[in-house]
Design a protein around this ligand. Structure first.
Ligand SMILES: O=C(O)c1ccccc1NCC(=O)[C@H](O)[C@H](O)COP(=O)(O)O
Length: 389
């Protein structure tokens, strides 16, 4: 159905700034599979932290098959859909314009309008990242990374917290707002909140960097890192392009989120390799069994987040974890020594107990602790005891 929306015309962006639409999608994989050894050797400091973790030869055959799929003419959305990914990438052009007298309308239809909030976020991110890449090309980022300080051990911090307390290691989220809840905290001082979380016993912190939908920023991430906070930091972004991983690294991240509902398998596989190369941990997030299957088929994954929030409808169901950790999935996770992170909608010690029982070794929590006047004390409330000791 066509509809008329906004009178404003958005600035035209050239097609060349949408690589995913005017390049064969396999170019991402090819570019990175060819680049990996070079990049690795150009960051000796980082390599020292994560030795011998990348082997571009691994799974070559399977990759070749996937690349073949692209070559026979499948486009990005089609390949994504074949993997059960419902989130489409932004179409290359804005809705067409229609003129009525002096007014300018955009003609909306299903193909050029996001179907849900996650798709809207991803489409907006596409424009945002294109613009940021023009201002700060990858080559410039790489120069900064050569002199960047080493990253902190995100996975190690979670494991240490779990063995110290016997409870899931906490990734405490610095979150000002969200599309589902609006503003969570008016007096939002990211550094103060990060310090309170650290004091309250958080193992790691998650910092939202999306501005439009979560009122976060990369400045917040950088400020927390520069304020002397010791906890490893997760950059909570909607990654659609490897450029964002480099950018996060420069801004002080130790880990980054990759969302399986958004990224096809091949992208996840190469992004995980890029993370390793840059010394970052990758938290790969899933919502359902299909995504869990896909992610468990990718080598080198150390952290899987199970999000209880359906990012298309906002519904939260904490029993989601239990379902995804039963049977073969659970077995594979244990075999591969993967840490499972329970994400979203955790408010009480009972919730934490329930997800721990299901098999998670870490939890990612925002709303319930960030809203407390003292977010550190919020942690004590969440676990039912002081975990800082
Ligand atoms: O939080 C949202 O409303 C949201 C909407 C769309 C995409 C992602 C969203 N949240 C990201 C998260 O994963 C949460 O911030 C994180 O798990 C913490 O959740 P909570 O403890 O419920 O704040």
């Amino acid at each position: 159905m066509e509809g008329l929306i906004s009178l404003k015309s958005s600035p035209r962006t050239s097609l060349s700034s949408f690589p995913s639409f005017n390049q064969p999608p396999n170019s991402f994989a090819r570019r990175f599979s060819m680049d990996l050894p070079l990049r690795r050797s150009s960051f000796p400091a980082i390599r020292a932290q994560q030795p011998g973790t990348i082997s571009p030869k691994e799974e070559d055959e399977e990759d070749a098959l996937k690349v073949k799929e692209w070559e026979v003419g499948m486009f990005q959305n089609e390949v994504a859909a074949s993997q059960g990914i419902r989130i489409r990438r932004r179409p290359p052009t804005s809705p067409p314009l229609h003129y009525v007298g002096p007014f300018e309308f955009r003609l909306q239809n299903d193909g050029n309008t996001p179907r849900n909030i996650l798709e809207e976020i991803v489409w907006h991110k596409d424009t945002e990242v294109s613009q940021m890449k023009e201002r700060k090309p990858l080559a410039t980022l790489k120069k900064f990374i050569e002199n960047a300080p080493l990253t902190r051990d995100f996975v190690g911090a979670l494991k240490a917290a779990h063995s110290r307390t016997g409870l899931p290691g906490l990734i405490a989220e610095v979150k000002k707002a969200s599309p589902s809840r609006g503003i969570l905290r008016e007096d939002f001082d990211p550094v103060e909140i990060a310090r309170a979380y650290e004091k309250g016993g958080a193992a790691c912190l998650s910092v939202l960097t999306d501005e439009k939908f979560f009122k976060g920023s990369f400045e917040n991430l950088e400020a927390i890192r520069n304020a002397g906070v010791q906890c490893p930091l997760l950059c909570k972004e909607f990654v659609i392009d490897a450029w964002q991983i480099y950018y996060a690294r420069i801004k002080g991240a130790d880990a980054i989120l990759l969302i399986a509902a958004v990224l096809p398998d091949l992208d996840i596989r190469y992004m995980v390799k890029i993370c390793k190369m840059l010394g970052l941990a990758a938290l790969v997030e899933v919502h359902d069994e299909r995504e869990m299957d896909r992610v468990l088929g990718i080598d080198g994954i150390e952290l899987i987040g199970i999000n209880n929030r359906n990012l298309e409808t906002f519904e939260v169901d904490i029993s989601n974890k239990k379902k995804l950790l039963e049977g073969e999935h659970g077995q594979l996770i244990r075999q591969k020594d993967i840490i499972v992170v329970g994400e979203s909608g955790l408010f009480t010690p009972d919730h934490v107990g329930y997800v721990q029982e299901a098999g998670v070794k870490a939890v990612l929590v925002g709303e319930s602790i960030v809203k407390q006047s003292d977010p550190g004390k919020g942690i004590t409330g969440l676990f039912g005891k002081d975990i800082s000791l």
